[in-house]
Design a protein around this ligand. Structure first.
Ligand code: TYD
Ligand code: MG
Length: 457
């Protein structure tokens, strides 16, 4: 018996080496090498046949290529459609990543049901659950449309075969890591299999105008297994994120060939499945304590929408030599920097204080516009003085303690005004540019952290 020649492949980026390596020299991930057969193709196994329409044309002038108007298909889940850039592009391939149990299967089953109710034929391929398990979940969330077809299958050849017979317009592959082709010798879930399966499904999508969702599990490090490979292949990459302890889920676009990448969709996980959250600000502020030191309302732009969230800080004297700095929902490095600004520029003695910063509701905010909010919350907790509850604080803070202008200040103020806020602290440079009058909201421009804290306390 001849020995099978093997190679070691990085499961993150596909880099190959003749021996096992602890760290991938290509992408830097640790412990990602797995032994795979060197000649992965099984001889004599035919590839699934996909007839590609439109491939046998000679090169054409861009002006002569016709595009159809019915380019997008609305799923009917408004939050989902927005993240997709205004609906699902026909013939596109979308990767949805997220932690196990976050709600990926639930979301797509609900979206497919909405499509099927409008008469669009859809196919849900489950490689993880049996037909009965999928049906039980469907019953629980009230999914019942006769145009929704379920297939429990792992073989790529069978999936493609069935899809070509059924001719659905939208298909979901749940999950791409469970699909394997018998053409390759490597194990299901390995980088080679994932890449090959995704590639073939992509070909099928483009050739039959089938829109495909690929569900991808995320590894512990926060990356979809084989992320680089898949992110290159697909048109759109969405992440479904959220904190398991909170019911809120956020769908975020990280790559989109057909739309903006900074839109988010907000959902709430309920007993009967995922529900869209139409006004996220109201939800995130619902349980806010009133007139408590350390709490402040900030505004973060998520795509075209401003979202108001509560930021909390707790400052308490440390019992160790090394004070602790913990930040959840905001960048910890940013918090350290802002604490240093408070010490040096305002003279606040925080060296012997533990500082904890948290964004309520499990939300993550990444904009510099939240800086002034962090500074105010930390100062409020340290001084034990509350920030008035109807006040919103926005602005970027520089290392010299200056407050810098932010983008889209007016949109944020409008949202705050809608939610009944009475006062807004904002950068002076933004204040002087605002010509509009806002009903019942007082705008206070500040140009330094010191000035901001004087106004607040
Ligand atoms: P699921 O969609 O299976 O997650 P994924 O496909 O991302 O792994 O969601 C599973 C979790 O969601 C599960 O822990 C229970 C919860 N859940 C609800 O709270 N309500 C529901 O109606 C459903 C279907 C699930
Ligand atoms: Mg699932």
């Amino acid at each position: 018996m001849s020995k099978v020649k093997t190679v070691f492949a990085c499961q993150n980026c596909g880099y190959q080496a003749p021996k096992w390596l602890g760290k991938c020299p290509e992408c830097g991930s640790w412990n990602s090498f797995v032994e795979e057969p060197l000649s992965p193709i099984v001889p004599g196994r035919p590839a699934p046949s996909i007839a590609i329409a439109g491939r046998d044309f000679p090169p054409q002038s861009i002006m002569t290529i016709e595009t159809s108007d019915e380019g997008r298909l609305k799923t009917g889940v408004a939050e989902f459609d927005r993240v997709l850039g205004g609906g699902l592009v026909i013939g596109s391939i979308v990767l949805i990543g997220g932690d196990p149990g976050i709600g990926k299967s639930t979301l797509l089953l609900q979206a497919l049901d909405k499509l099927a109710r409008r008469g669009v034929s859809v196919l849900y391929v489950s490689g993880e659950e049996s037909l009965r398990q999928t049906k039980m979940r469907a019953d629980r969330i009230g999914v019942s449309s006769k145009d929704l077809y379920i297939l429990a299958e792992n073989s790529l050849e069978k999936i493609i075969d069935d899809a070509q017979k059924l001719k659905p317009r939208v298909a979901v592959i749940d999950s791409i890591q469970t699909v394997f082709t018998s053409q390759l010798q490597s194990a299901p879930g390995s980088i080679g299999q994932v890449r090959e399966s995704a590639g073939k499904l992509m070909l099928l999508s483009k050739s039959t105008s089938l829109s495909t969702f690929l569900i991808g599990h995320v590894t512990k490090e926060g990356a979809i297994a084989g992320p680089r490979v898949l992110e290159h292949i697909v048109d759109t990459v969405l992440y479904f994120e959220g904190d398991r302890g909170h019911p809120y889920r956020i769908l975020r676009a990280v790559k989109n060939r057909f739309g903006s990448t900074n839109e988010i969709g907000v959902f709430e996980m309920k007993d009967s499945g995922l529900e869209e959250v139409v006004n996220p600000s109201e939800l995130f502020l619902a349980e806010r304590p009133i007139n408590v030191p350390g709490s402040v309302v900030i505004s973060s732009m998520e795509g075209s929408r401003p979202i108001l969230v509560e930021l909390q800080a707790l400052v308490s004297s440390t019992s160790y030599g090394m004070p602790r700095r913990t930040a959840i929902g905001v960048d910890p490095n940013r918090v350290s920097l802002l604490v240093a600004v408070l010490e040096k520029k305002v003279g606040m003695n925080l060296a012997q204080q533990d500082i904890f910063v948290n964004v309520a509701g499990g939300v993550r905010v990444e904009e510099p516009a939240v800086d002034l909010g962090v500074v105010s919350a930390v100062a409020s907790s340290f001084l034990d003085k509350p920030i008035p509850s109807k006040t919103m604080v926005i602005g970027e803070v520089g290392l010299a303690g200056e407050v810098r202008g932010i983008h889209q200040a007016e949109v944020r103020i409008k949202e705050a005004s809608k939610l009944g806020f009475k006062r807004c602290l904002l950068p002076m440079s933004n204040r002087s540019r605002i010509k509009l009058e806002f009903d019942g909201i007082e705008l206070i421009g500040v140009s330094s952290v010191e000035e901001a804290l004087e106004t607040l306390f």
